[in-house]
Design a protein around this ligand. Structure first.
Ligand code: URP
Ligand code: ZN
Ligand code: ZN
Length: 457
């Protein structure tokens, strides 16, 4: 199958240029100003007026995540459909082993669970304890092409690791050529604070945020950076939300340490005023870390501009109102997480490219597609419009008039945090594995996502 895209405004990480793209099978075969093709063209797409970007790579999603409140509300099928509708064609989810379970067995189980994923996918692997077999298990995961390991400094009663285990994981991952992704919140401090607040009968969602003040993040960020330096391990700090964390990250980067940072659309666009109101109004915004101040939003945008932050992941982890209501009388029982998998491109375009002087379409491409693919070892297969790359493309129509973002990817959760936000433009067409899968907001094909194997860093 040969598809020719004409009149394309191609956005790469450094420039935007007019060209034609020939797709043969699942790969990009040619990119030229004008393709004089002798081959048979099965389909011609006229991209006049559209912006052509690489398919998005979301480095942080939790589909079908088991929690005490039940599974997160999107499974691999429904979550990946929302991803495609929003222009994301590759996702990185998580393998979280049970205590006593081998990482390799947990990985095999998770691969089976994800078999109905419509996008391409891979996993970060989470050791939840240090055992005498952990080193061997990490090395075998890396040999199989799963090179990133996610550890938690919070959630100490379930998946969190103590400092000694963190250091060991980092030492093994670093020397085996992998990368550690880390949730930085100081678990012990938070545990103390939240129990103290609960004892004082402070039980509403607003206290979720107050039990996780900015210091609990920045302190953990500093500690994680120190441990990674000692272990000589590349570090990727997920969902950075505060200005103070950014200072530690920037300092480490200036010292030459391999430290990468991710933020999320909600930390760029929303703030802690969302915790004012009644339970129904405020509970959708319960995520960890919590929303911060407007000054933190601003610091994060600036950090993207100065390349201190490299990626914007969604941390997509939605729950229904019924699930969130499990914490009606105790904020500690509210399942943490918010939706976002389908909104990333629309939000970054509308609130970044259109509204900010310090964020252009090429920077959008960086945080949305190429940087996550580079950091996690599958560039230029993904995250690039280049000869030989996978033909995963978004044709974004910037002219579609203002609309409520939650109508783009219909929300079934009743806990949508972007409810009243308008966006401009829309993915007009999404190509995945060389074929059109989305046309004007409708999924026209049910593709079969592939598991991606990755290279060591
Ligand atoms: O609140 C969040 N972020 N839920 C998902 C799990 C995590 O910590 O990333
Ligand atoms: Zn997290
Ligand atoms: Zn997460």
């Amino acid at each position: 199958m040969n598809t020719l895209i004409i009149n394309a405004q191609i956005v790469t990480s450094s420039k935007t240029e007019s060209a034609e793209i020939l797709i043969t099978g699942t790969k990009i075969a040619r990119i030229e100003e004008h393709i004089e093709s002798i081959e048979v063209i099965d389909e011609t797409i006229d991209a006049k007026g559209l912006i052509v970007l690489p398919g998005g790579v979301d480095p942080h999603v939790h589909l079908h995540l088991p929690t005490p409140a039940g599974y997160s509300a999107d499974d691999f099928r429904s979550g990946s459909e929302a991803a495609l509708l929003g222009g994301t064609t590759t996702i990185i989810d998580f393998v979280t082993s049970h205590k006593g379970q081998s990482l390799v067995d947990a990985l095999d189980e998770r691969i089976d669970e994800a078999s109905n994923t419509l996008t391409d996918f891979t996993f970060h692997i989470s050791p939840v304890e240090w055992r005498n077999t952990t080193e061997k298990e990490i090395v075998s995961c890396i040999e199989r092409g799963f090179t990133s390991f996610k550890v938690y400094m919070a959630y100490k009663d379930s998946v969190g690791l103590n400092d000694e285990a963190l250091l060991r994981v980092m030492q093994v991952v670093g020397s085996a050529g992998g990368i550690v992704a880390i949730h930085c919140e100081s678990g012990d401090d938070i545990e103390r604070l939240r129990n103290e607040l609960f004892r004082q009968d402070k039980v509403t969602p607003a206290f979720h945020a107050l039990s996780r003040p900015p210091k609990t993040e920045s302190k953990a960020v500093r500690k994680a950076i120190e441990l990674a330096a000692k272990a000589v391990c590349p570090l990727y700090i997920v969902h950075v939300s505060t200005a103070e964390s950014l200072q530690h990250i920037h300092r480490a980067q200036l010292n030459g340490q391999k430290v990468y940072a991710e933020t999320c659309p909600h930390y760029l666009l929303l703030n802690d005023s969302s915790y004012q109101g009644d339970f129904e109004q405020t509970v959708p915004f319960v995520m960890s870390p919590p929303l911060r101040k407007k000054s933190d939003n601003e610091a994060l945008w600036e950090a993207i501009h100065s390349k201190v932050v490299q990626t914007v992941g969604t941390d997509h982890c939605p729950f229904t109102m019924e699930q969130k209501a499990m914490g009606r009388y105790d904020f500690r029982k509210i399942p943490n997480g918010v939706p976002g998998i389908g909104y990333r491109l629309n939000l970054l375009y509308s609130y970044g490219v259109l509204l900010r002087n310090d964020f252009n379409i090429n920077q959008l491409e960086n945080v949305f597609a190429s940087n996550p693919a580079k950091i996690f070892g599958f560039y230029p297969q993904k995250g690039a419009i280049a000869i030989g790359s996978d033909a995963d493309l978004v044709l974004y129509n910037p002219h579609v008039s203002e609309q409520d973002v939650s109508t783009i990817v219909s929300s079934k959760f009743g806990t949508d945090i972007y409810k009243s936000m308008k966006t401009k433009g829309n993915p007009e067409m999404v190509l995945f594995q060389g074929e059109i899968v989305v046309r004007k907001g409708i999924l026209v094909k049910q593709p079969q996502g592939k598991l991606i194997r990755r290279l060591k860093s």
